[in-house]
Design a protein. Sequence first.
Length: 160
Amino acid sequence: MKKKTSWQEKLLDSKDLPKVEKIDAKKSKRWGTGTYVIPAPIEVNEIMRKVPKGKLITINEIRQFLASKHNATIACPITTGIFSWIAANAADEMEKEGRKNTTPYWRTLKTGGILNEKYPGGLVNLRKRLEAEGHTIIQKGKNFLVKDFEKSLVDIKILS
């Protein structure tokens, strides 16, 4: 029986990424024209690691940074989201092993400042960690978000 791949192994498996490709006709309906980058999981993790305590970043900002870094029109929203989830689970796995200074995944939000309920520990864990860093969590419809999250967004320049 094959051993289950750990989150940390998934994080380090770049699968020949990053890769920049031309936006084809099918994707252009949604993404427009130009090129898109499929980042490597570790690249997404490295950006998430640089967000300091008290600051936040959204997936869209991560995508903008990656597109700029790779001279692409956009970064793939699907893989960027999946890789942030892998980074979060790898950090959780490391914490459970007793490791310190792991990726602060709770500081990475969805568009609009929404907490990513798919991250380890779900909304309860994210809320606890964000409130401990001075953020206020509010509910808007079904979503939980950081109140005035825009005021806490990290300066993209520090990510370089």
